[in-house]
Design a binder for this molecule. Structure first.
Ligand code: PFF
Ligand code: NA
Length: 438
């Protein structure tokens, strides 16, 4: 059977945006920003997205479009020797990330349902914390993890055009509309001035004193949020089947993802300040505890809560499908398994790997720190070395397809991939590993 392609240009861009915009923007970004000092972190993160993230998206795009293969096949096709294992790293990372991503997405589904059925009746942060405790682990958590994975499997089993493309054409506009509404509400809160001050004015003294933790956190967040380092963008670009301007597409994708993350800050920080809560407190559960406390205390909070948690659930779904698609494309291309059984088998395997996370949050920290602090960054580092030093001419030529003469941009890009990306990512990886070992 012929390999599928996207039906439309918008389909490809929306799928990539749908992959990028997810828990990374809504759940991870605010709590990491809170932990790493607010504006100081925001500044470094924005620099990373523009200078490192954007060229790194192009690295994955050229490999995918060139080979029209899954990451394992694509890298084997272009390289030789030990490089063959790099594709495997991506597949392994996909398993780890999707397993806990789905559990956290299940929390959001659960909070949406709680809002619909009962409202967020918590009197104080203590009660909100207790509610989070019942949602975060246990047999119900497992159930919501299963429901979420079933949705992911359903979409991926339906295929590139009928599943992913139709899905994202509904989901992405819904996410943006809901978020803009929420941010508009955030502006009306009294606490918004203080919140925006914290969020938007970087404290350079703080930055200088804490760069060894800010740098790896910003690098990890930049790769995670742009869905880099595990072959998603390779896989999605492998379904292009036509030449067009990849630089323009990457620009749109990175801009939209960044816009959503920044907008989420405009929503979340005013709610936190309004409830008198410390941003960044409480780690992964922090956003649930603080937002339910906030929603319980403001007029219309129940509706806002349902909209907010529901929006995040949708965003998580449009990201999770991209990770399963990497794994499925591998089984289809390499082993000739057909789409439906491949989706079901891999989805179930991911579900099982996520089971420990539903039992103890220790596993969430472990998986997230390992995947995000180490593996994603490692994947991107090795891929940059591969493209920059092993196949630079192929990469430059592939990038020019659909653009024409790249002028000096082609060389600038290759040199960014060769040196700055590698150095910055290696330093971040080192600092991240030190942190992980501690
Ligand atoms: N980019 C997604 C987010 O920000 O939530 C998460 C993600 C999806 C990471 C796909 C990695 C990936 F391959
Ligand atoms: Na993101």
């Amino acid at each position: 059977m012929a390999r599928e392609t996207w039906a439309t240009r918008a389909g490809f861009i929306l799928a990539a945006v749908g992959s990028a915009v997810g828990l990374g923007n809504v759940w991870r970004f605010p709590f990491i920003t809170g932990q790493e000092g607010g504006g100081a972190f925001l500044l470094v993160y924005l620099l990373f997205v523009a200078l490192i993230g954007l060229p790194a998206i192009l690295v994955e795009f050229v490999i995918g479009r060139r080979t029209e293969l899954n990451p394992v096949g694509a890298i084997r096709d272009l390289g030789s020797g030990a490089w063959n294992y790099l594709g495997w790293l991506f597949v392994a990372i996909g398993f780890v990330i999707l397993s806990y991503y789905s559990v956290v997405a299940g929390w959001f589904l659960r909070y949406t349902l709680i809002g619909v059925l009962d409202g967020y009746a918590v009197a104080d942060t203590g009660e909100a914390q207790a509610l989070f405790g019942t949602v975060a682990t246990g047999i119900d958590t497992l159930l919501f993890h299963a429901v979420f994975m079933a949705l992911v499997i359903g979409i991926i089993a339906a295929g590139v055009r009928r599943g992913i493309e139709i899905g994202v054409k509904i989901m992405v506009p819904a996410i943006v509309a809901l978020l803009v509404g929420l941010a508009a509400y955030g502006f009306t809160l009294d606490a918004s001035t203080a919140a925006y001050g914290y969020y938007l004015s970087p404290d350079f003294g703080y930055l200088a004193a804490n760069w060894t933790s800010i740098l790896p956190a910003a690098a990890g967040q930049a790769f995670f949020t742009l869905s880099l380092g595990m072959g998603v963008m390779i896989t999605y670009a492998s379904y292009l089947g036509e030449d067009r301007n990849l630089v323009a597409d990457a620009g749109v994708i990175a801009s939209l993802d960044t816009l959503v993350a920044v907008l989420v800050g405009f929503v979340v920080f005013p709610f936190l300040f309004a409830a008198g809560l410390e941003p960044g407190s409480g780690g992964p559960g922090g956003i649930f505890v603080s937002l339910t406390t906030a929603f319980a205390g403001i007029p219309g909070g129940r509706v806002l809560g349902v909209v907010f948690f529901g929006m995040v659930g949708i965003a998580a779904l449009s990201s999770a499908i991209s990770i399963l698609e990497v794994l499925v494309s591998y089984l289809m291309d390499e082993l000739g398994v057909s789409r439906v059984p491949a989706s079901a088998a891999l989805g179930v395997a991911v579900f099982l790997l996520g089971v420990p996370v539903t039992i103890d949050l220790i596993f969430l920290d472990l998986f997230d720190l390992l995947a995000d602090g180490v593996l994603l960054v490692l994947g991107s580092l090795l891929l940059a070395l591969f493209v920059g030093w092993v196949i630079p001419d192929i990469a430059r030529e592939e990038l020019s397809r659909g653009i024409g003469d790249l002028g000096p941009f082609g060389d600038v890009w290759i040199w960014i991939v060769r040196v700055p990306i590698v150095v910055v990512v290696a330093v971040s990886l080192y600092l991240g590993v030190v942190d992980y070992v501690e």
